[in-house]
Design a binder for this molecule. Structure first.
Ligand code: HEC
Length: 316
């Protein structure tokens, strides 16, 4: 989408007077404000203002008046930009069909919304058509729009055979220059190596490449196994799992660990009866994901991590 910016001369002049007011120290005559503000010679504020030269005109009596056409001052006003950049991660959904829905993560680093109901991307040279969407929590009210400073994704259908997990691809967005606008620089940052999301194991430091987005600070770089084993906290309040779930607690999940202590919890070993995190019929993982955050003190960030680990095969 292109936007043109037209400024009337009167707007330009009042803007420049304002700027000059702000810039000139007390008692100092700013030459540009003097020219614009005190000009009794100014006749109009149209696209060009017309001035008569009064001081010299006495010497020119009998001659035709000299008319000077003043051009409005040129003021640099930055162009509005909608500038999408790749986030380095993409994920896909589906299976058993000829195509997969691929979400290519982008951020709008421009200063204005980017809107694209349709646009072209290439994945390892294969050109595909898709549309732009904002992520959950985005503030755009227009469909297919990502507001400045916010994240979204371009969704395309890709041939299933093209995609493999945890694999880097060369991705170029907005081949047709329909998804962004501004000066040429918005189109100069459209190519990148983008990796499909990788499996998350019990011992992988949690990163964007596993979740498909930047992890929350409460879990970023930590291992799920360390969080569950109360080696580190995965919570904003810094509490360990063992502060609530310990040998003395009456919750169904009460590992045999003193309150606030760390203890290695292997995902394949039964805890508090005949359930484990990974392989019982009703796993601790599925109960943890199932409990609503509004009622139970676990975060959505951690539930997302546990769900990703389980969906990736609950690997040690
Ligand atoms: C502030 C206290 C608190 C902390 C910290 C906490 N939980 Fe819980 N957890 C609860 C409560 C309350 C329930 C619901 C208990 C019930 O079923 O009545 C629960 C439920 C669970 C369940 C489902 C089984 C059960 O006992 O109900 C699992 C599994 C679980 N938590 C694991 C964890 C893990 C792993 C951590 C650390 C990442 C953690 N919890 C941190 C309070 C806590």
């Amino acid at each position: 989408m292109k936007r043109t910016h037209s400024l009337t001369a009167s707007f330009v002049i009042s803007l420049s007077s304002l700027l000059a007011c702000g810039a000139a120290p007390d008692g100092t005559e700013d030459p540009s404000s003097a020219e614009l503000g005190s000009s009794e010679q100014e006749l109009t504020l149209g696209s060009a203002s017309v001035s008569t030269v009064s001081k010299t005109s006495t010497a020119l009596i009998g001659k035709p008046p000299i008319v000077v056409i003043k051009q409005p001052p040129i003021i640099w006003v930055p162009l509005a930009t909608g500038d999408l950049v790749l986030d380095g991660v993409m994920r896909y959904y589906g299976g058993g069909t000829a195509t997969l829905g691929l979400q290519i993560n982008v951020s709008n680093i421009g200063d204005s919304p980017a809107t694209a109901a349709s646009g072209m991307v290439s994945i390892n040279g294969t050109v595909l058509t898709g549309a732009l969407y904002q992520y959950y929590g985005g503030t755009a009210t227009t469909p297919n729009t990502v507001n400045p400073g916010q994240r979204g994704y371009i969704k395309v259908e890709v041939p299933t055979a093209m995609m493999a997990p945890c694999t880097p691809y060369t991705v170029k967005i907005d081949l047709g220059h329909t998804m962004q606008y501004g000066d040429a620089s918005v189109f100069n940052n459209d190519t990148s190596i983008v990796t499909t999301v990788c499996p998350l194991t019990w011992t992988t430091p949690i990163g964007a490449v596993h979740l498909g987005h930047q992890p929350d600070v409460t879990v970023a770089g930590k291992k799920l196994g360390d969080i569950v084993s109360s080696v580190v906290s995965g919570r904003p309040d810094g509490a360990l799992c063992s502060s609530c779930h310990n040998a003395g607690s009456s919750y169904p999940y009460h590992p045999n660990v003193p309150a606030n202590a760390a203890q290695t919890i292997d995902p394949f070993l039964n805890i508090s009866g005949n359930e484990s995190w990974a392989c019982s019929s009703n796993t601790w993982a599925s109960q943890f994901i199932y409990l609503p955050v509004a009622k139970y003190p676990h975060t959505e960030f951690l539930k997302e991590v546990v769900a990703k680990w389980r969906d990736d095969g609950a690997l040690r």
